[in-house]
Structures are given as structure tokens and as C-alpha cells.
Design a protein around this ligand. Structure first.
Ligand SMILES: [Zn+2]
Ligand SMILES: [Zn+2]
Length: 170
């Protein structure tokens, strides 16, 4: 959604509100299986003492796949948006600044970029997800499996040798 900023760009204190539904195709992430409700962003662009800031909230309800145990779970993500906008982003020192193109800005693009940058590297069904047993594949969040922790049989033989009396005196 294109937001025309001409009316506020030169008027400190002025603002323009926006409300936009985002395209799930632009919010792809390997951990996201789908969106239950179309993600949306709403807020306003405010001119504060001559500087433009986009502020608002992005809400998404999605179905995710746990990176550790593979469980599919529902997740609600509410993201606060607060990003500076500038007509001149040649300033390499502030990479979070979004560029105003001509007289306005594509608020959908800004919101989508914020969403993607905010996705964690590994999405987990819960912080302390125990994952799957490497032997039987059971989801250990449901309780321990029946696998008996056994050592490598070759190591067991070695262990016996080590435990044998070193210098049998007879
Ligand atoms: Zn998990
Ligand atoms: Zn197991």
C-alpha cells in the first residue's frame, strides 16, 4: 500500500495513518506453514520535528513447524513497528532507515521487511523443547522414551579390560 507523505513531509506534528493487509507470499519463512488470519499492519507515519517515523503494530496468526521436534503449532506474533523514514539513506551508518521514494512510501514493504528481520533463526514450539529421541524418534516433550541409555558395546569390552587387574600376581 502506497502512502502519500506530501501533506506531512514539511509539516512538523502532522501524521497520516495506515491500515494494510500483508501478502503472505512476501512473508515466507521455512518455519511458517501458513497464516490462519492474513497478517496486517496498522499505525501512522508521524512527522516529529521534521523527521518522519513509521509507528504501528503488525499482527500475524500463523502455523509454525518446530525446528527441534517438528510439531506443528499455532503462534501469534505481535510486532511493534517504529522505524525512521528518510529521503536520503545514503548514510550507511543507519541501515534501519527506510527510504522515502519520491513523495511517499510503500508501507506494506516496510512492514514485511520488519516482519522478516524479526523472525528468529530457529522457531521452537516452546523455549525448552526437548526435541526427538535420536534413536526411536519419540517426541520427548510427551515424556521419556523406552530407549535404555546403553554405551557402545566395544567400549564396554574396553572397560572390562581396563578394570581387569593389571599385574595379576599368582
Ligand atoms: Zn518442539
Ligand atoms: Zn528413544
Amino acid at each position: 500500500m502506497w502512502l502519500d507523505l506530501r501533506k506531512i513531509i514539511e509539516s512538523p506534528g502532522a501524521s497520516r495513518s495506515f491500515e494494510v493487509t500483508l501478502d503472505p507470499e512476501h512473508l515466507r519463512d521455512p518455519a511458517i506453514q501458513g497464516f490462519k488470519v492474513l497478517p496486517e499492519a496498522r499505525g501512522e507515519v508521524v512527522n516529529t520535528a521534521g523527521l518522519l517515523n513509521l509507528r504501528g503494530t503488525l499482527t500475524a496468526e500463523m502455523t509454525c513447524v518446530c525446528d527441534r521436534c517438528g510439531t506443528v503449532f499455532d503462534r501469534k506474533k505481535v510486532l511493534s513497528l517504529d522505524v525512521p523514514l528518510s529521503a536520503d539513506v545514503s548514510d550507511e551508518a543507519s541501515p534501519e532507515v527506510f527510504e522515502i521514494e519520491g513523495d511517499g512510501i510503500d508501507v506494506s514493504e516496510v512492514a514485511e521487511t520488519c516482519f522478516i528481520l524479526n523472525m528468529e533463526q530457529k522457531v521452537l514450539c516452546r523455549d525448552d523443547c526437548k526435541g526427538l529421541c535420536p534413536h526411536c524418534g519419540k517426541n520427548l516433550n510427551d515424556g521419556p522414551c523406552d530407549c535404555v541409555p546403553t554405551g557402545d558395546p566395544r567400549l564396554a569390552v574396553l572397560q572390562q579390560l581396563l578394570e581387569a587387574p593389571e599385574n595379576p600376581k599368582n
